[in-house]
Write a protein that binds this ligand. Structure first.
Ligand SMILES: Cc1cc2nc3c(=O)[nH]c(=O)nc-3n(C[C@H](O)[C@H](O)[C@H](O)COP(=O)(O)OP(=O)(O)OC[C@H]3O[C@@H](n4cnc5c(N)ncnc54)[C@H](O)[C@@H]3O)c2cc1C
Length: 323
């Protein structure tokens, strides 16, 4: 069987857990394994019912009064008991801050490693090969896990689509009272991402500029394209670090995560920290003069060329098409 982690705060779902369900369902189909979701909580978790609508065998509520607030000690104790009781082949999780915090500790209790931050997997004759980006996205490494189960795997945010998680089941909800030992941590207030005055998560079209824009003065050329399209302007991190655009325009792992219908990347190389913030866009269009730029790996349409040649032509054509 496969166990999949459902992350929540006060019974409010962290949506990346749906991506983990999608991944687990795919692996389950490939290997003929059933899937159970695990929700650590201090009470009868309000989320259990919602999760039971997905195509899963069971929803296991790992319950203990010490699990009301996340701590690595509490979660590791709870998970250890669920794993010992259910004997899973795979434990699948989304690669969130929380999972990064406790998953290695949990795996170590079983003498195992975590294959973390995977971007995909493939099935080679019943053996799963997991792919991880290494060296800041410059190389992809294929990983095959040797040894006995359980195997711990986390998937990068956006590697699977949460809205592809299959519903249609009516999974049994099972409460498992777990024991939790001493909690040595006293959590502080949760980390808050920088407050955004523009909410790019609601944008239908985004035009994003990267270092290829060369100077702050040139940003108005991208703004013209954004205006022609009725799009919002966004940027990669170096642009915001240089204060050419405010920080709330930054897309990526330390900026906003967006999923517009169309994302136009102008002079953006496609570093993994940028990609995690925009790979769920419906259609990705990249313009870059380097044909080898990683952004083209995820682009639906690409122009290998100079943005300063492409931008005015696009503006002109869009205006023509509108008139
Ligand atoms: C902990 C951490 C967090 C990070 N968080 C983020 C984040 O949230 N968001 C983010 O974006 N980055 C983030 N980064 C930085 C990230 O690693 C990259 O450095 C950054 O995304 C690169 O930005 P870029 O693509 O604009 O620049 P570059 O990588 O320098 O790419 C510029 C691209 O422009 C192209 N180009 C140049 N001139 C032209 C032209 N005239 N026409 C067409 N193409 C041209 C080049 O071929 C190149 O591909 C983070 C890094 C770390 C370590």
């Amino acid at each position: 069987m496969i166990l999949v982690f459902i992350e929540h705060k006060d019974c409010v779902l962290n949506k990346t857990s749906l991506e983990a369900i999608t991944a687990a369902q795919g692996i389950g189909k490939d290997l003929g394994l059933k899937i159970s979701a695990v929700i650590p909580c201090d009470k009868d978790c309000a989320l259990a019912q919602e999760i039971s609508n997905y195509d899963l065998e069971k929803v296991i509520m790992a319950k203990n009064e010490k699990l009301g607030i996340y701590t690595p000690d509490g979660y590791t104790d709870a998970w250890e008991q669920v794993i010992k009781a259910t004997n899973p082949t795979y434990v699948i999780m989304a690669h969130t801050y929380q999972v990064r915090d406790f998953a290695p500790k949990l795996a170590a209790r079983f003498g195992k490693e975590v294959v973390g931050d995977c971007i995909r997997y493939r099935n080679e004759d019943g053996k799963l090969v997991f792919t991880r980006r290494i060296f800041l996205g410059k190389l992809d490494a294929d990983v095959i896990i040797e040894g006995d189960a359980p195997y711990f795997v986390t998937f990068q945010s956006g590697a699977f689509r949460g809205d592809n998680a299959e519903k249609g089941g009516s999974a049994n909800i099972e409460t498992m009272d777990v024991e939790v030992g001493e909690i040595r941590m006293k959590p502080e207030a949760p980390f808050q991402e920088a407050k955004a005055s523009i909410d790019l998560t609601k944008s239908a079209i985004i035009v994003a500029v990267g270092r290829g824009i060369k100077s702050q003065e040139n940003i108005e050329k991208a703004q013209e394209l954004a205006d022609a399209l009725g799009a919002d302007l966004a940027a990669s991190r170096p642009i915001c670090d240089a204060e050419w655009l405010p920080i709330d325009r930054q897309i990526g792992s330390s900026g906003q995560t967006v999923a517009p219908k169309v994302y136009i990347a102008l002079g953006i190389s496609g570093a993994i920290q940028h990609i995690v913030g925009m790979k769920n866009a419906g259609t990705i269009i990249a313009i870059n003069k380097d044909a080898e730029a990683p952004i083209f790996d995820i682009a639906d349409y690409g122009i290998v060329g100079d943005i300063f040649d492409a931008m005015p032509v696009l503006v002109e054509e869009i205006k023509k098409a509108k008139s």
